[in-house]
Design a protein around this ligand. Structure first.
Ligand SMILES: *Cc1c(COP(=O)(O)O)cnc(C)c1O
Length: 673
């Protein structure tokens, strides 16, 4: 029996192998278990309303737990989450046990914070009911899987997954052809829909894929690994696929795009694609339709390509546009950051501090640059325990689901004893869940627990808390036991990141004697599933980047949404916090010269970190004495301050600012798509 909704959907979206493969999951008004009607409306909307195209190399959608699709087909076992090993100073447990933080893997098309931000942004655009589409890449081998090699460091393993049985992901019949000096490249399109939290509105994410028989063997591999970097030729091609392929895909789908939002310089070839053959006047007009967000002040985050390499790959006409707008003064090189700034009328940094740094790095563009501080998506990162708690207090605080600004009202409940108890109780439940997962390592819910987890980049100083092990041991002996959890991947070509991991594993290996009062646990293969459990379940979130190199940082925002205290240097988003959320320590950027990201101030900052950690541990044990809780403790004030502060550091405030500062859509103008 033909279902009219399915018929309508199929007339708008050309699915490859619908009958054989996808008809089981797209039927009876449902798309993998969620309402099909929202998708029909989305497809119609994008063909008529002027829309925003949001480009990012990576997306971390938390698809294993947020708006998760269901499927009636068997999911390939490669899409099931594998077991993670653990390296701790309780080697016996490491030897016998592994952990698995989720059952399904998250769509493996992200590496870290940039991807999670892009995912959180699409979800919030859907919550705001904006006309928008996301553009990204279908990375067929993801980023990579991190394996520990006993204590000798990280072994990056190639990751494999099956897009054909990933719930909610569909291949399209559409093909995009791009021309290069070497010939034609054909791209297949995929779609994944990002629903709003009430599941009645959706935004398509279009993913580009070169792994099809029409392409040469080499070209088929172009979309295999995110941030693959062994040659500039591959890096240029990946960027051309995202930018040019993305712009062409939007046109092919008939979407009416008014604004191209570029994240990092990665997507800037969308401008080159659109600029082809335009007059000077039309070029000036085109720039009004581009916005660019810069996400890092760190040098390695800015792509530079010599003219000769661009000219060998791109058609002459395209290379010319890139060189005209992107040449770095005095060099025969194109800097994609410069190109993106030149291509866009609106340029923004991702925090106030990052904005100040950008003004120093790009003084010639100071009039164009603005800032919108990052946020995190409440519905994704706030634990169920805290959502329930806020429902209980809805008459006093308001509906934080619909309006996270209402979190500010937690201020009024600071001296409410029932609220204080519930906050501590909700946190303890989250902590118990984490401790249960790591029960074989004897993690305890009444022990002071600190976590550092994110990408292992040098400027983030992953090993700082292990810098002076004896000091750490002596604090634990004096104040009470301490549990430290560490996790993070280093990019496979980042030898400094590797060195950090080796050093950390080695230090942990030397700690077997002190396990009763100092447990140090390093988790393998940090990912979104781990991030969710850790930001919810620990007492203190440690954030120690070297100022001013953390453009924003977002993991701490996920933690404060769950009342987890911050132990942090003063950088990125933290500079804008107005409530006391824990302790701030270490080297501070006072303006003036930015300095070197490799001058890490390790010894001085470690010492200050330990002072602050000791204070926090003392206060913790005054608050929680082996399960006997002092609800009047200032620790609980700090927990509530964290919740209050979430009012600002979420993607709703962020999108409100993007709407007014960045996406002011010009009247009555349209790019010829
Ligand atoms: C949030 C998140 C990050 C970002 O962490 P920062 O502290 O901002 O560097 C990285 N990786 C994962 C998996 C995340 O969820």
């Amino acid at each position: 029996m033909p279902d009219p909704q399915v018929e309508e959907f199929l007339s708008l979206v050309q699915i490859e192998n619908y009958e054989d493969t996808y008809s089981k999951d797209i039927r009876d008004g449902k798309f993998f278990g969620l309402p099909l009607q929202a998708l029909i409306a989305a497809e119609k909307r994008l063909r008529s309303e002027r829309s925003i195209a949001y480009f990012s190399m990576e997306y971390g959608l938390a698809s294993s737990f947020y708006n998760r699709f269901s499927t009636l087909r068997r999911i390939d076992e490669q899409n099931e989450s594998r077991e993670h090993e653990v390296f701790s100073n309780y080697r016996l447990a490491d030897y016998f046990f592994t952990v698995r933080p989720s059952d399904l893997i998250d769509l493996p098309i992200y590496s870290g914070g940039l991807g999670v931000l892009a995912g959180d942004t699409l979800k919030t655009m859907a919550d705001f009911r904006l006309p928008a589409a996301g553009i990204g890449m279908l990375w067929s081998t993801g980023y990579f899987r991190q394996k520990f090699w006993f204590k000798y460091g990280q072994a990056p393993e190639e990751m494999h997954w099956d897009p054909y049985t990933y719930p909610g992901l569909i291949p399209l019949k559409n093909r995009i052809k791009l021309s290069f000096k070497s010939g034609e490249l054909v791209l297949r399109l995929w779609k994944y829909y990002v629903y709003n939290y009430t599941q009645d509105y959706a935004i398509p994410l279009i993913l580009l894929d070169s792994n099809i028989p029409e392409n040469s063997e080499n070209n088929r591999h172009l979309t295999d690994q995110l941030y693959r970097s062994e040659s500039n030729a591959i890096r240029i091609m990946q960027r051309a696929i995202l930018g040019m392929g993305g712009a062409r895909a939007l046109a092919d789908l008939g979407y009416n795009i008014d604004l191209f939002h570029l994240n990092e310089g990665h997507a800037v070839f969308a401008f080159v694609e659109k600029a082809r053959g335009l007059s000077e006047e039309a070029l000036a007009e085109l720039k009004k339709h581009f916005a660019y967000t810069c996400h890092t002040p760190v040098e390695a985050g800015h792509d530079r390509f010599p003219f000769f390499e661009l000219e060998r790959i791109l058609r002459d006409e395209d290379a010319k546009v890139a060189e005209r707008f992107g040449t770095e003064a005095g060099h025969a090189m194109v800097n994609l950051t410069q190109l993106a700034i030149e291509a866009s009328n609106s340029v923004n940094a991702v925090s106030k501090r990052h904005y100040e740094v950008m003004l120093q790095q790009f003084p010639q563009y100071k009039d164009k640059i603005n800032f919108v501080t990052n946020g995190v998506h409440t519905h994704t990162w706030m634990s169920e325990n805290f959502k329930r708690l806020f429902e209980k207090f809805e008459d006093r605080i308001g509906d934080i689901k619909a309006n996270p600004y209402a979190l500010k009202k937690a201020e009024d409940l600071k001296s409410d004893s029932a609220f204080r108890q519930e906050v501590f109780g909700a946190h303890q439940e989250n902590k118990v869940a984490l401790c249960n997962m790591l029960a074989k390592w004897k993690l305890d819910k009444d022990t002071f627990t600190v976590c550092w987890a994110r990408r292992m980049a040098a400027y983030k100083r992953p090993s700082l808390v292990l810098q002076d092990i004896n000091r750490l041991i002596s604090i634990a002996k004096k104040t009470g036991p301490i549990q430290v959890i560490l996790a993070g991947k280093a990019h496979p070509k980042d030898s400094l990141g590797f060195t950090y991991i080796n050093q950390m594993l080695d230090k942990i290996d030397g700690l077997s004697e002190v396990y009763d009062y100092l447990k140090v646990i390093m988790l393998e293969n940090y990912d979104i599933a781990w991030a969710r459990r850790l930001v919810q379940g620990v007492d203190v979130w440690l954030n120690n980047p070297l100022p001013p190199f953390e453009a924003s940082g977002t993991s701490g925002m996920k933690a404060i949404m769950n009342s987890v205290l911050q132990l942090t240097t003063l950088d990125g988003w933290v500079v804008e916090a107005t409530e006391e959320m824990g302790r701030i320590f270490g080297y501070q950027f006072e303006g003036g010269k930015i300095g070197s990201e490799f001058d890490l101030h390790m010894a001085e900052d470690a010492s200050k970190l330990y002072d602050a950690l000791e204070e926090m541990a003392r206060l913790y044990y005054k608050t929680n004495a082996s399960g006997k809780i002092d609800y009047s403790s200032s620790w609980i004030d700090l927990m509530i301050n964290c919740l209050i502060q979430s009012e600002r550091f979420n993607t709703y405030r962020m999108l409100d600012e993007y709407k007014s500062l960045v996406w002011k859509m010009p009247e009555q103008v349209r790019v010829g798509v």
